[in-house]
Design a protein around this ligand. Structure first.
Ligand SMILES: Cc1cc2nc3c(=O)[nH]c(=O)nc-3n(C[C@H](O)[C@H](O)[C@H](O)COP(=O)(O)OP(=O)(O)OC[C@H]3O[C@@H](n4cnc5c(N)ncnc54)[C@H](O)[C@@H]3O)c2cc1C
Length: 356
């Protein structure tokens, strides 16, 4: 099908960033028959490093983030459509098993499973399953409606797809070359009605939005090969272990609030190895060690909306630790806000922070 990209000299959107946020907005624009160009470099790699897990429950606190069920319902068909159109496999439905360390933790699970909001997501029995290489004398609690998105396949394939439509530029966006007019923006000769910034932690170089309190949280992750570990579910304990096939597992992640460098560290590696050794009893080989900066905000909410002074300039950021689940619905909320002229909801909007 030939789409609108070629018919207008003025595009609807320039999108800066091709991580989960930028790709989600591009897909939303595509679904609404809007024209766009995506510009991205590889300066940030949070979306590539991500394990891609989606799980509506925050297991550490047994809480259900606001609208988690809505985000889940929205994201499943969203990724399914991409799978279908690009002929790729990215969404793997997979149970998450919470490993219990004590009777107290088992009791906490029962209490949580009784709460009406959590009940659809927590299986109300303790599972005693023997996974070879992972002893669990107190058993597991099973979270329902979980899985993971293979973000590497998603992002690489989507970029190739955009290139084939001639709407992807692999380069650093130079903010000083952006011209903002009343009714449109212009960048290196490309005119568009709106510009969407989706640079993740790269927001700190953006003169329009760097006033926002996006602190960023570094995360490190190991990729291991463990032929004697026989897991067909994701296990959550002090860290997670995610089976991705062929005896390969992703193991993560660390949370580091001070170091903002994107490189893996020895300390991060040791932390993961120590926690992994407490969890599994079999041998393993480390294949890779990755790091990225999650675009986290202090109040743990996304940051989306229109710049307070420039109505053509918009932001899609703050996806934090949950980019897979939040990306699609936040892109949709921002899209409809731009098209309708109505602000996004305050709890996710950048209007909750003052321009300074
Ligand atoms: C170790 C780790 C594990 C994680 N696990 C999960 C998980 O299991 N599930 C989950 O949902 N989330 C997970 N996350 C969080 C998830 O990665 C983020 O929520 C998500 O990737 C944020 O996407 P983003 O598009 O906003 O940012 P990014 O992925 O950082 O993308 C921003 C893009 O913009 C580009 N860019 C920036 N500045 C410029 C510029 N000036 N010019 C051009 N391009 C620019 C960058 O190069 C990049 O391509 C994890 C993160 C880490 C670090």
């Amino acid at each position: 099908m030939v789409r609108v990209f070629y018919f207008y000299t003025m595009k609807d959107f320039i999108i800066v960033g091709a991580g989960l946020a930028g790709i989600s907005f591009a897909e939303t624009a595509f679904l609404n028959n809007r024209s766009f160009t995506v510009i991205s470099d590889n300066s940030q790699n949070s979306s590539y490093v991500a394990a891609g897990l989606y799980n509506p429950i925050v297991l550490k606190r047994f809480s259900l983030p606001q609208d988690a069920a809505i985000h889940l319902d929205y994201m499943l068909p969203f990724y399914e459509r991409i799978q279908h159109r690009l002929n790729i496999k990215i969404d793997y439905s997979l149970p998450v098993y919470r490993k219990f360390a004590s009777v107290e933790e088992q009791n906490n699970w029962f209490q949580a499973a009784d709460k009406p909001a959590l009940e659809p997501f927590l299986f109300p029995e303790i599972l005693h399953k023997d996974f070879s290489g992972l002893p669990a004398p107190f058993g597991f609690g099973k979270v329902l409606h979980t899985g993971y998105v293979d973000t590497v396949v998603l992002l690489r394939s989507y970029k190739e797809y955009l290139k084939s439509l001639d709407c992807f530029e692999e380069e650093k966006f130079n903010y000083s070359e952006l011209i903002i007019e009343h009714d449109y923006v212009s960048y290196k000769g490309v005119q568009a009605r709106h510009i969407i910034f989706a640079e993740g932690f790269g927001i700190h170089s953006n003169p329009y939005f760097k006033y926002l309190p996006l602190d960023g949280t570094k995360g490190e992750l190991l990729v291991i090969k463990a032929p004697k570990l026989d897991l067909d579910v994701a296990v959550n304990a002090s860290i997670f272990i995610l089976p991705v096939g062929k005896d390969i597992y992703k193991v993560g992640a660390t949370y580091e609030w001070y170091d903002k460098t994107p490189t893996p560290t020895q300390a991060g590696k040791m932390e993961l190895i120590e926690k992994l050794n407490e969890l599994i009893t079999c041998d393993y080989e480390i294949l890779d060690h990755l790091a990225g900066i999650r675009p986290t905000v202090k109040d743990r909410k996304p940051l989306i909306g229109t710049h307070p002074e420039y109505k053509r300039v918009h932001l899609l950021n703050g996806l934090g630790t949950r980019g897979v689940m939040l990306g699609p619905s936040m892109a949709n909320e921002l899209y409809y806000s731009i098209i309708s002229g109505e602000p996004v909801r305050r709890e996710v909007g950048l209007q909750r922070f003052k321009l300074s």
